[in-house]
Design a protein. Structure first.
Length: 370
């Protein structure tokens, strides 16, 4: 910032300042110009430039006054110029220091004003996750069976072939093993220690009966895995809820009553059920349970493939051969078991046409089930 003071470029002689009064008058002019200019210094960058213009060693105003006024001054005027210069220097230095403090205070005030907390501003809404539709369905089904006195138990997702097949009355090479396309886990030995990703929750029937004496009344929610090609009704990882009740004198009527109660609670009082004969190696007799399609109320639609019915579970009376694997007495006991596909029940209840949306994690879908 060049200082607008041509007088400091000249000597006292050139300025005609030959008396102490005239010299003093020159210093008054310089000081007035300084005071005028410092008032316009508004920020730290301007202050630095201003300081250099006045105090800079090479061409600052005070250096010029020293070189042009003091050094060539006559001996009579030298003390007057010296005194004027000293007073000017201390005025310049202290004023610049004061201005610097003011600028710092002002910028701190400005920053504080910008940061001031405005309690009237609307808050920032944080997105909160929700339970997945499958989790919601699992919880709902569990709650229904808890009311009937069933307990919830769980089992491992990596299972031995013994629990997944053998103890469920499917010896090695039994053709029924083909009902489940299985993911085998590589193990060094193979053979009887062979591990699989469980294809159903039924192995936990065996684990539960091994662990506790009858009576048994449990449900088993969990993930299961099959080498099924994904399509509108198939996933290769899905969820089942197994049910097992074993006691003295349990009959097929107990089984039917339990399932009807569940279907009414889950799908509504108007939903009807039907049983179709089926086959599972670990139940005898076996049945597939259908419920009226909730989307079309049984009239027939795309979701139920125009049949009016939706298959919801496999089930049956526990095959007496199974009790032999867990040390239960088949002559004293009877029971029923069922295994339902939770993902398909979620589709059925919500009228969703493609099971794969449950695993695509599209938030536009997930947000519909808060
Ligand atoms: C079983 O898994 C038997 N363990 C059920 C059972 C338990 C029978 C106890 C008797 C006694 P199934 O393979 O039918 O049965 O499967 C049961 C349900 O899982 C089916 O009704 C269907 O809802 C569901 N499910 C089967 N495969 C798939 C798949 N790939 N994707 C999604 N859901 C499936």
């Amino acid at each position: 910032m060049p200082v607008n003071l041509p007088i400091v470029e000249k000597t006292l002689e050139q300025l005609g300042a030959d008396t102490p009064e005239r010299v003093a008058a020159l210093f008054v002019k310089v000081r007035a110009e300084f005071d005028r200019e410092i008032a316009a210094v508004a920020d730290d960058a301007a202050r630095k430039q201003f300081r250099d213009a006045w105090l800079g060693r090479k061409a600052g105003v005070l250096t010029l006054v020293t070189d042009n006024w003091l050094k060539p001054a006559s001996p009579a005027l030298k003390p007057v110029v010296g005194q004027g210069l000293n007073e000017l220097r201390s005025h310049v230095e202290s004023s610049i220091k004061r201005r610097r403090a003011e600028i710092e205070r002002q910028s701190a005030e400005r920053a504080a004003a910008a940061e001031r907390l405005d309690l009237s501003l609307p808050g920032i809404a944080r997105a909160v996750g929700t339970r997945h539709l499958v989790r919601q369905t699992l919880d709902e089904i569990e709650a229904i069976f808890l009311r009937l006195g069933f307990a919830v138990v769980e089992g491992p997702e990596i299972e031995t072939t013994y629990y997944n097949f053998e103890a469920l009355n499917m010896p090695e090479l039994h053709p029924a093993r083909d009902m489940w396309d299985t993911f085998y886990v590589d193990t060094p030995t193979g053979g009887p220690g062979q591990l699989v990703l469980r294809t159903h929750t039924s192995p936990v029937q065996i684990r539960t009966m091994e662990r506790q004496p009858p009576p048994v009344r449990v449900i088993v929610p969990g993930k299961v895995y099959r080498r099924d090609n994904p399509d509108a009704s198939h996933l290769f990882m899905f969820h089942q809820i197994e049910g097992l009740a074993v006691d003295q004198d349990l009959t097929f009527a107990d089984f039917k009553g339990t399932i009807e109660f569940f279907v009414h609670e889950f799908l509504g009082k108007n939903a009807r059920t039907r049983l179709r004969p089926s086959y599972f190696p670990f139940t005898e007799p076996s049945a597939e349970v259908d419920a009226t399609c909730i989307v079309c109320s049984g009239r027939g639609c795309r979701v139920c493939k125009q049949t009016g019915w939706m298959e919801i579970m496999g089930a049956g009376m526990v095959d007496p051969a199974v009790y032999g694997f867990v040390g239960y007495d088949p002559k004293q006991l009877s029971g029923f078991a069922f295994g339902m596909g939770v993902d398909r029940l979620a589709l059925l209840k919500q009228g969703i046409g493609d099971i794969q949306v449950l695993q695509q994690n599209d938030v536009r879908f997930l947000r519909q089930y808060p």
